[in-house]
Design a protein around this ligand. Structure first.
Ligand code: NDP
Ligand code: OXD
Length: 316
């Protein structure tokens, strides 16, 4: 017996199960907890925010598929089976969605759209000065699959783009900084900071007042801007709020938070210079992701290698 099981209780599992059955009609598709059946039947699991202690019951598991690009939630399960390979999402559909989000929010801050919205509400005709994209440097922390695509699209819009990652990259027209030795240099030339880092012990709390104090203040807006679509655990929300209130940050966009959903009582909601989105920067589309999983399972069953494997050691 070989079966596939979704463990993603916060998502609409009827939609996902039918998308999976459509692309692989021969597959026995089950959903935890209602139709999991005998846990020993499960050879493939697909997880998103799976409760801890569930995957360990699948003793014949061959592959765990993350239903998103980030795998921090899967890796945080202390009982996660240790030998089973984990495949994460790397797909043009998700990548394009993220680049749309990053380009949208960089442009929104660059063109001061929030100010224009407020002016319209006040019936105020105020043609304040605008600036050229070439005078702004966007610094992307996390120059991986998503960061690189956003970098090239921002470059095409005319922005100066720099990136920071563990290993140096070679991207046309994008200056690449690597490792902790070059972190400060990267921050010093960044007017708009974009985080597309994974959540790992090394990136925990990295966006704090110390980081903010190192960002460039030479840009036309006078103070830097922050966009975080990586993970909330990377940010110190009190520090961001204080920086927005003091003017150390001109503005920010946050898609991810330490606690999601962001609690109603969070003071972040009320800050006029903060744009909040509910972890929607790059959604996983059921049809696309099930197609991606189907290709991986088919290749794997024919003896081929799995793609986009997670390195448990580095945590992403
Ligand atoms: P990748 O693994 O392709 O890229 C991660 C990048 O981060 C790599 O460039 C890596 O460096 C760099 N990095 C990791 N750790 C460090 C560190 N300690 N110091 C410096 N650089 C570091 O991931 P993706 O681009 O596919 O995704 C990135 C993240 O985006 C996901 O992990 C997830 O958290 C988030 N995400 C958020 C979504 C949303 O809707 N908000 C949707 C999808 C993803 P190197 O290249 O040298 O390994
Ligand atoms: C992801 C996400 O990691 O949506 O894919 O956050």
């Amino acid at each position: 017996m070989s079966a596939f099981c979704f463990v993603a209780p916060s998502w609409p599992m009827d939609v996902w199960a039918s998308a999976m059955r459509e692309v692989m009609p021969q597959l026995d598709v089950r959903v935890w907890p209602d139709t999991v059946g005998n846990p020993q039947d499960i050879t493939y699991a697909a997880a998103w925010l799976a409760p801890p202690d569930v995957l360990k019951n699948f003793s014949n598991l061959k592959v765990i598929f993350s239903l998103g690009a980030g795998v921090d939630a899967i890796l945080s399960d202390p009982t996660l089976p240790s030998q089973v390979p984990i495949v994460r999402v790397n797909d043009p559909d998700l990548t394009n969605r993220m680049s749309e989000y990053i380009v949208l929010h960089v442009l929104m801050h660059h063109r001061q759209q929030r100010r224009l919205d407020a002016n319209q509400k006040a019936r105020l005709w105020d043609g304040f000065a605008t600036h050229a994209a070439k005078d702004i440097t966007v610094g992307i922390m996390g120059l991986g699959v998503l960061g690189q695509d956003s970098a090239m699209k921002l470059k095409a819009m005319g922005f100066q783009v720099v990136g920071w990652s563990r290993s140096r990259k070679s991207l046309p027209g994008v200056k690449s900084f690597a490792g902790s030795a070059q972190f400060e240099e990267f921050l010093q030339c960044t007017d708009i900071l974009v985080s597309l880092l994974p959540a790992t012990p090394q990136t925990e709390g990295i966006i704090n007042s110390k980081l903010i104090s190192k960002l460039s203040r030479r840009g036309p807006l006078g103070a830097p801007i922050l966009i975080n679509a990586g993970r909330g655990r990377q940010q110190n929300e009190n520090d961001i709020l204080a920086a927005l209130n003091s003017g150390a940050l001109h503005a920010a966009t946050l898609d991810v938070f330490g606690k999601e959903p962001l609690p109603k009582e969070s003071p972040l909601w009320g800050n006029p210079n903060l744009t909040i989105t509910p972890h929607v920067a790059a959604d996983s589309d059921p049809k696309t992701i099930c197609g991606y999983i189907q290709k991986q399972i088919s290749a794997f069953e024919e003896g081929g290698p799995l793609q986009n494997l997670v390195d448990r050691q580095s945590g992403y």
